[in-house]
Design a protein around this ligand. Structure first.
Ligand code: SF4
Length: 327
């Protein structure tokens, strides 16, 4: 272990791999932090150890997966610097990650008191473009040799690929699709979740809700009740896996079709209003379900809630009924 150590904010993309390797190449130990929220890289939580081992084996980088889901969800309620074009709070997001990374530094005692909220300007070093930026404290103090840093600009990958070649890295991830919060469609859904918290909700933010929000077709049933339909088998399986005790899970019994999930409907299936709501949801399942001889027709739907199951036969819901329910 070297005397000096650095924390790397690790996206998993080629630039973050190279940034870590450049600092390591100066004899500095790097701990790379991979932040995970329901909005990005959530799937890694199920395979943390495997992922860390893979990054170490492929790139020689020690990475730690940091789950900051609920804290990050709180941030989205009211980001101080507001949102970008969609539901992306980029300024607050970066401050959040830097602030989270800072207490984990092995050189905490040497760090300058945070000047402003991000507070890391003077110690935040971007190895790939450092020469285009003002000198930072680690460079001034000779911990990092500025001459061995780079002056990359723009988003072109050619120089990155040449640098990777120099490190003997031949296998690396393709450019990622981006952050869900910048997606106009999904960002819009998340925005609505925060504004309404849904009639079926109790005001609490839940990571599981966000996971559900990113799937399938989404509806607000009359009364504001939240309903989701899978679009393929993978989504159907995911919806089943995300179902909570209070949810209604709907499936067709005789033909293939989407799995439907009503999230925490505050109604019992025994009540007339609950039965009516469930019939609407079941009608949607049949509408998007498999056809009989090429035509939509009535079908049996199984409804499960907390281990209890019942069945109902319903007609497919007419499109004109639910056009306004989608979001
Ligand atoms: S694009 Fe997403 S992950 Fe990146 S800074 Fe903005 S909100 Fe954060």
């Amino acid at each position: 272990m070297s005397r000096d150590a650095a924390i790397g904010l690790f996206s998993g993309g080629l630039d973050s791999i190279l940034a870590c390797r450049m600092i390591q190449a100066q004899g500095i130990t790097v701990l790379a932090l991979k932040f995970v929220t329901p909005f990005f890289d959530d799937h890694l939580l199920a395979r943390r150890e495997e992922y860390c081992a893979e990054i170490l084996r492929k790139y020689g980088i020690t990475v730690q997966v940091v789950d900051c889901g609920l804290e990050y969800m709180e941030l989205l309620k009211n980001p101080k610097y507001g949102f970008g074009k969609n539901f992306n709070p980029c300024v607050d997001c970066k401050i959040f990650m830097l602030t989270r990374a800072r207490p984990m530094s092995q050189r905490r005692d040497t760090l300058r008191v945070i000047e402003r909220e991000s507070g890391c300007e003077d110690i935040l070093l971007r190895p790939l473009c450092a020469k285009r930026l003002p000198e930072t404290k680690p460079e001034r103090e000779g911990v990092v040799d500025r001459e061995r840093l780079l002056d990359f600009t723009g988003r072109g990958r050619r120089r990155q690929m040449e640098l990777a070649e120099g490190f003997g890295i031949r296998e690396y991830p393709a450019p990622a699709g981006g952050c869900i919060l910048t997606d106009p469609n999904l960002g819009g859904r998340i925005d609505r979740y925060y504004r309404d918290r849904f009639a079926s909700g109790d005001g609490r933010l839940r990571e599981n809700d966000i996971r559900l929000l990113l799937l399938g077709r989404q509806f607000h049933l009359p009364g504001g009740h939240w309903f989701i339909l899978g679009r393929n088998q993978q989504e159907n399986d995911r919806i089943q896996a995300l179902a909570d005790e209070e949810d209604w899970v709907l499936t067709m019994t005789e033909r293939p079709g989407p799995t439907g999930l009503a999230r925490r409907p505050p109604l019992s299936l025994d009540q007339p209003a609950g039965d009516e709501l469930c019939r609407l949801a079941a009608g949607l399942v049949v509408r998007f379900g498999g056809k009989k001889e090429g035509r939509g027709s009535r079908a049996e739907v199984r409804v499960r809630q907390a281990g209890n199951a019942s069945k109902m036969i319903v007609e497919p819901l007419e499109d004109s009924r639910f056009l306004d329910w989608r979001f």
